[in-house]
Design a binder for this molecule. Sequence first.
Ligand SMILES: [Zn+2]
Length: 397
Amino acid sequence: MGKTLLVTGIGELTVNNPQAVDNPSARRDSTPEPYADAAFVVEDGRIAWYGPAFDAPAADERLDLGGKAVIPGFVDSHAHLVFAGDRAAEFAARMTGTPYAAGGIRTTVAATRAADDDQLRANVRRLVHEMARQGTTTVECKTGYGLTLEDELRSLRIAKEECDAATFLGAHVVPAEYADLRAAYVDLVRGPMLDACAEYADFVDVFCERGAYNEAETRLILDAAKARGIPVRLHANQLGHGPGVRLAVEYEAASADHCTYLSDGDIEALACSETVATLLPGVEFSTRSPYPDARALLDAGASVAIATDCNPGSCYTSSMPFCFALAVREMRMSPGEALYAATAGGARALRRGDIGHLAVGARADFTVLDAPSFLHLAYRPGVPLIHSVWKNGDRVG
Ligand SMILES: [Zn+2]
């Protein structure tokens, strides 16, 4: 038995019932029901007990929160943190009329290739720390700015060292030097690159989009991932209608990310699958684009996650509270739906059952708010409401 910590004086505790996480038929109603005047016990980095404060068992240490709200730590299931440089000038140009295009990624590829490992690692650490200070306890991180075997491999190793889940995205864009040799680059990704990266890859991802990879190319890469037993996820339907969501469902992807342009068939396919629709409203904000139809997905019964897509091009925010506020204000999700999507939804998108909720046995990954209720995350947008952040029972932010 390790030392126990009793966290008490919680004005509002959101647990997220794991039955709802694991029961697809419960998705539609999977909004959290917070407890008032609650407490919980942490032991060996896990939740050992929760309930009304007056029922709390004795513990070795005690932390009284004086009425603050507690939520599960945010699970940011979509981020691109291994890069160098920034694209602030491109953002400024976009805000004055230049549309976003996938090709801007090549600017970051050049800067990333020129950086050494220490520079790339420092950038990832800086952003993971920034995320932790904003309530995030789990971070997924993709490669995709290396686009050579060596640069993808070192990017993936750094992502694996510094983040909770590492995704190989060698198929982000086709690098400039392969512009006339697309088939050769796809063969490189699905062959030697994937061979080198397989042992570090929790997932394989493809940017299936006009200007990036078409359906046939995406299939070749997903087939190669499946053949190696690596689960897949897809960048799908961000810039227009296309085959991405349909392919994600067909390949039993953990998630289809973006989902900005969906047909009725796409929504139906997602609702009838285990594939999570991961919405990234910071991208629509930062590219001044229409938001995904979150209501249609939720009302159809699809499983929804919210994540930042933190990257230097289309969305350079690391803030889950900001994305939460956008989900509520711009995508018409209820605050409860948004909280669930930003925690349990993200956990599902990463196929993790031990995070995104605070039921007994869950990892003690939780965020304390400087507010009496999680509603304040949308009600008071842009206000620093994160009081403290705990991962495995240890304070990290
Ligand atoms: Zn992305």
